[in-house]
Design a binder for this molecule. Structure first.
Ligand code: CP
Ligand code: NVA
Length: 313
């Protein structure tokens, strides 16, 4: 008997992932569903991107993002070329973008300025993926949403308490939570809040999804009813000169035993990594049974495979 013909399910195509706003709520759900399939049927997708190539550009250091994008494209049957260092030192960015587009099918870039990602996208005409910029970390937020879904079996109505700097990771989490109906409370020191324009977009999404968005300076308030507590480094890449000043400002925002004791007993601990133990989080919280930080790291691989399929297949 002839083997049955399996028609792939049509997916809403996406053309770029410059930031979280490039995925509609429907596409976000679609991506999380596809991630589940990719994670649990690796062989089924083993040649889905055969003959397709990625350019990886990293202006900043990386372990997880770089490794998982390389593995993702290779596990899908494709390959990649990579470059570390300033992207447009020897020639204008618009020329770099058009060179890469002649050789490869998509560009994955980690940059300082968000404008670098936007300009690569404008000039290359191929899909550009934000692998972290000063403003967003959208691939991380995808992995975090998938991790929450795995842990709780649902997303709508969950409560996330983020404590620390209102940075790129906080921005992407805020936008994703707001779209997916996850209540999100963000506690930062005064002057370190997430950017107002991003909070306003999140509030718009939240009014459609039913999520509650709260920006506070009180860490205890953010964690009180949280299903998961999230933190990130106090000084992001590019802010090294502010490290000492930030250590003083952020000290009351450390995720430690005293803070976790004010949350629910079964609350999860999340961190995008790398973590600075003894600063934003204690070693014992990182190593506690509630910590899902390595699930988040593993899921970077799976969500990025799903993302590449949605961009390139
Ligand atoms: N979480 C994350 O993006 O890690 P890297 O900086 O190691 O890529
Ligand atoms: N906010 C951190 C995230 C690292 C993955 C940074 O930008 O350095």
């Amino acid at each position: 008997m002839a083997a049955p013909v399996i028609h792939p399910t049509p997916r809403p195509r996406i053309t770029a992932f410059r930031h979280d706003l490039d995925l509609s709520t429907e596409q976000l759900h679609e991506l999380l569903d596809l991630t589940q399939q990719v994670k649990h049927s690796r062989q089924r997708f083993a040649s889905a991107l055969k003959g397709r190539y990625l350019s990886l550009l990293f202006e900043k250091p990386s372990l997880r993002t770089r490794m998982t994008f390389e593995l993702a494209v290779k596990q899908l049957g494709g390959d990649c070329v990579a470059q570390t260092g300033p992207i447009a030192e020897r020639e204008p960015l618009k020329d770099v973008a058009r060179n890469l587009a002649r050789w490869t099918d998509a560009i994955v870039a980690r940059t300082f300025a968000q404008e670098t990602i936007d300009e690569l996208s404008n000039w290359s005409g191929v899909p550009v993926v934000n692998a972290l910029s000063d403003l967003y970390h959208p691939c991380q937020a995808l992995a975090d949403m998938f991790t929450l879904k795995e842990q709780f079996g649902r997303l709508r109505g969950l409560r996330l308490g983020y404590v620390g700097d209102g940075n790129n990771v906080a921005h992407s989490l805020l936008l994703c939570c707001a779209r997916l109906g996850i209540h999100c409370s963000i506690a930062t020191p005064p002057r370190y809040e997430p950017k107002r324009g991003i909070v306003e977009r999140a509030v718009e999404f939240a009014s459609a999804s039913g999520a509650q968005i709260e920006i506070t300076t009180d860490p205890a308030r953010a964690v009180k009813c949280a299903d998961a507590i999230y933190t990130d480094v106090w000084a992001s890449m590019g802010q090294e000169a502010e490290t000492e000043e930030r250590k003083n400002v952020f000290a009351p925002y450390q995720v430690n035993e005293a803070l976790v004791a004010q949350a629910r007993k079964d609350t999860l601990f999340m961190h995008c990594l790398p973590a600075k133990r003894g600063q934003e989080v204690t070693d014992s919280i990182m190593e506690s049974p509630q910590s899902v930080v390595f699930d988040q790291a593993e899921n970077r691989l799976h969500v990025q495979k799903a993302l590449l399929l949605m961009l390139l297949q």
